[in-house]
Design a protein around this ligand. Structure first.
Ligand SMILES: C[S@@+](CC[C@H](N)C(=O)[O-])C[C@H]1O[C@@H](n2cnc3c(N)ncnc32)[C@H](O)[C@@H]1O
Length: 231
């Protein structure tokens, strides 16, 4: 992998890949989503009976629209101008263009307090604690942060079970993606460490299953703000 500045490369990829991504999501061409990860994150959100939800890295906005249709007041935020425009164009929620680095500098831009803050396949960088800390501070007292991500035991591929940068080529997403994207592979232990570093605690883990293969489709972490006295 040859990315001098992976964080910049991630941002750029969501600009140049916006049209292909929108087509893949709206055309339901991503197999893992059709197999259950879309339903799993909607169910994980709705189980918490939120009145207000923040969809972080909302992309073209499908999840915000799905939650809004069920009566949740949703704000979708995303750093990609192109994807934010796609989301606004489709309507069905409120959408704002906002990069995570800007949100970390001034967390009040994420408004709140939110009953649910959801990150559906958006946490790609090596250091997550600053963003997760900022998001944790926008939660309502009993609010929850939901993270859906690739399951480390199926995403491991041929690599070692160790954290490190990998490359996503978007092969198999049913559309031509102009740019690959770097992403940071995490083990279960390093997910837990990153969440803890952000003063959050994992209160529930879900592993949505692919019924055909018997393997996990994804990992869902439900996190709560940690009481200050927690060790
Ligand atoms: C794989 S897409 C997921 C989109 C949406 N959550 C979904 O489930 O379809 C990742 C999204 O994260 C957003 N993203 C990645 N890095 C970001 C950053 N630094 N600031 C804001 N958004 C970012 C991208 O623009 C993109 O829309």
């Amino acid at each position: 992998m040859d990315f001098d500045d992976p964080e910049q490369a991630i941002r750029k990829s969501w600009s140049v890949n916006a049209a292909a991504w929108t087509a893949a999501v709206r055309g339901k061409r991503i197999p893992s989503r059709a197999a259950g990860t879309d339903a799993a994150i909607v169910n994980a959100c709705m189980r918490l009976r939120p009145r207000r939800a923040l969809d972080v890295g909302c992309g073209e906005g499908w999840l915000a629209r799905a939650l809004a249709q069920m009566g949740v007041a949703v704000l979708g935020i995303d750093g990609s101008c192109e994807l934010s425009a796609e989301a606004r164009g489709a309507g069905g929620g409120s959408f704002q263009q906002l990069d995570f680095s800007s949100l970390v500098r001034d967390p009040t831009q994420a408004a709140g307090p939110w009953d649910v803050i959801v990150c559906n396949y958006v946490l790609f960088t090596a250091s997550l604690a600053p963003l997760l800390t900022a998001l944790g501070r926008r939660l309502a007292p009993a609010g929850r942060l939901l993270i859906q991500t690739v399951h480390p035991w199926t995403a491991i591929g041929d690599g070692a079970y160790a954290p490190g940068w990998r490359e996503e080529t978007f092969a198999g997403f049913g559309a031509e993606f102009p740019s690959p994207m770097p992403w940071y592979f995490r083990t279960l232990q390093t997910w837990s460490e990153e969440v803890t570093r952000a003063d959050l605690a994992i209160v529930r883990i879900e592993e949505p299953m692919n019924r055909e293969t018997g393997k996990p489709l994804s990992l869902i972490l439900e996190c709560a703000a940690r009481p200050l006295a927690w060790p």
